[in-house]
Design a protein around this ligand. Sequence first.
Ligand code: SOE
Length: 389
Amino acid sequence: MAKSDRERKAAAAARPELRVAMVGHAFMGRAHGNALRQVNRFFDLPRRVVPAVVVGRDQARADAAAQQLGFERATTDLAAVLADPTIDVVDVATPNDSHHAITLAALRAKKHVLCEKPLALSTAEAVAMATLAKRQRVRTGVWHNYRRAPATALAARLIARGELGAVRQVRACYLQDWLRDPAAPASWRTERRRCGSGAHGDLDAHLIDLVRALTGLEFAAVCGLQQTFTKRRPTGTGRGTAAVDVDDAFCFLARFRGGAIGTFESSRTATGRKNHNCIEVYGERGALRWNLERLNELELFTGTGPADAQGFRTILCMDALHPYAANWWPDGHIVGYEHTFVHHLADFVRALHDGTPFRPDFQDGVAVQRVLDAALRSARTGRWVTIGR
Ligand code: SOE
């Protein structure tokens, strides 16, 4: 018998809270903040997610973010937040160079940690984070949100089911053009000390994780090539210029364990491309292609049907039987970029409560970092670099 509204509201209010402190409140902070507010409205979860506090460097700006994103309060005092026993999860939504320090402090306080990608500036940092998390027996996640578009989650399901046969080759590119203009200002994303690498760490990180998630393939060796087209940029403060010491564009070849091969391209100067995150997977019997700019669609070739009518077909992955879709709207009512963060958070909350696995966790973050670092080393030496297990 359907529950009455009153019963439903009472049941929801009775659910134990999961109180979240979010560190950082810029672009990713807004995406995470939206997910924190939406997740219980659209997913039936065993915990009620509470956006408890925004942690920022400037109190006035953090207050404004808390107000806009619906958090209870804001502070500049991270130590006090980590000492607060009512905080269950720390969400790290800051630039790359602070992921390591903030995460270690949160882990020492035995908080569960969700961290933006890439997990760290280096493999060494990522390993330290994953090792401490394991020792502290807390749950972790890395915000590789593109695993959880309905279409990419369906792609993973189809490949796991053997619809494509053994995977032989992957092609992945993530192309943007917001740095195509040399007058576009420098930022933490163009300074190696703060970001680790440019398009490579920012965008290839997503491609590496997505290929692992969809195919289960593990990288064995890579050969990289990088280029910085604009060596200095305006500082953005109106005074002088700043050196750019990271890649504008990065390409690498990959050999996977088991014999599959792959090509990867990332760029923030690919003129005309806005958010062209595109992956193609070729198997013995079938193939598929997904493009973020057509997020709800999956192109699939299975070789079925009459011989003179073969070809890729496009599936609109927004029917109730597609991953996550039933939580939103009737068949065919599409979702967007921000929904992938809600799906990510819903799965994390459920896994944390049930004690079941959540991917990508910090071990996955380490795996991504190993590939990023190996490709960077290869780009600097001009030689293939193998990747240990
Ligand atoms: C870069 O422009 C960027 O914001 C990445 O940092 C995000 O991870 C990606 O989802 C969108 O593009």
